[in-house]
Write a protein that binds this ligand. Structure first.
Ligand code: PBG
Ligand code: ZN
Length: 326
């Protein structure tokens, strides 16, 4: 093995053409999934205060936005719904006339070539903001899973292309897979939020989705931020239960987890760069304390370098515009 002065690592950084040749990690439009918020009502395009550039759209405006995404070359979205009416069981989540079900049908009727992924959880639909049915202050597991199965099936019936359960109940992937298969949706993939931490980085999302819990927190089902080995057990369960894609969430502060999960299972792996990650970069960029575009790309390259095959990110449109300039 050569050593200095024969060996000079700077030779491959000599100019940008050489650097491009040896680059190990790339970011393309194919890697991006854009999260979107759809709200009941008409003519609404409401910017989320803590997430500049991210909006709640009523259905007709959502469609216009989807058309713009397709023009930008973004190929996949994940939908979150804010219903007109919330109740203890989160009924709108699995109603045929629910906000997501209507949004899916409308997009499918008017927009081609856009993959629709749906987030499956109850917290946007329950009056108490918890991810499942409550008994006192306890989030019930098995009873919640039955409702999540109904929610997943109703999304598929409306035309969803992929189902993404984000609730973190035990055993839900197996039940959802069985429910989908029984209804003839064998070909609809499941992207499981397999490794989802109980994170402070979700703060801005809860403004966007109006889903903050009325009391307590989500620590009885989402993972403890201090645990890494448990991530392997969570991912393993969901893979055994039939998940097609496994997700780690949040992304930037959990690069070690993304890498561990990818190395161990070699499965298609998604990472969710969550609302707080987006908002921090946006805020510092607006203050001119960092170069927003540069840090945006750096944050996403880091997530891919750790092993993610795809990234759910609120920066998707900004990235597409950036890539078009290159
Ligand atoms: C719903 C859900 C959440 C996010 C995605 N799906 C919120 C939560 O668990 O409280 C967070 C996404 C983000 O912060 O961008 N369970
Ligand atoms: Zn939830």
């Amino acid at each position: 093995m050569a050593t200095y002065p024969t060996k000079r690592l700077r030779r491959l950084r000599y100019n940008s053409i050489v650097r491009d040749l040896v680059r190990e990690t790339t970011l393309t439009k194919n890697d991006l999934i854009y999260p979107m918020f759809v709200i009941h009502g008409e003519n609404i395009k409401h910017e989320i205060k803590s997430m500049p550039g991210v909006f709640q759209f009523s259905i007709e405006n959502l469609i216009e936005e989807c058309k713009e995404l397709v023009q930008l070359g973004i190929k996949a979205i994940i939908l979150f719904g804010i219903p007109e009416h919330k109740d203890e069981q989160g009924s709108d989540a699995y109603s045929e006339s629910g906000i997501i079900q209507r949004a899916i049908r409308a997009i499918k009727a008017e927009v081609k070539d856009l993959l629709i992924i749906t987030d499956v959880c109850l917290c946007e639909y329950t009056s108490h903001g918890h991810c499942g049915l409550l008994k006192g202050e306890e989030v019930l597991n098995d009873e919640t899973v039955s409702l999540l199965v109904k929610e997943a099936i109703s999304h598929a019936e409306a035309g969803a292309d992929m189902i993404a359960p984000s609730d973190m109940m035990d055993g839900r992937i197996a039940e959802i897979r069985k429910g989908l298969d029984d209804k003839g949706f064998q070909n609809i993939p499941i992207m499981s939020y397999a490794v989802k931490y109980s994170s402070g980085y979700y703060g801005p999302f809860r403004d966007a989705a109006d889903s903050a819990p009325a009391f307590g927190d989500r620590r009885s089902h989402q993972m403890d931020i201090a645990n890494g080995l448990e991530a392997i057990r969570e991912a393993e369960s969901d893979i055994e239960e039939g998940a097609d894609i496994i997700m780690v969430k949040p992304a930037g502060a959990y690069l070690d987890i993304i890498k561990a999960v990818k190395d161990k299972f070699q499965m298609p792996t998604a990472a969710y760069q969550v609302s707080g990650e987006y908002s921090m970069i946006k805020a510092a960029g607006k203050l001119d304390w960092i170069d927003e575009e540069r840090v945006m790309i750096e944050s996403l390259i880091a997530i891919k370098r750790a092993g993610a095959d795809m990234i759910l990110t609120y920066f998707a449109k900004d990235v597409a515009k950036f890539l078009d300039k290159q």
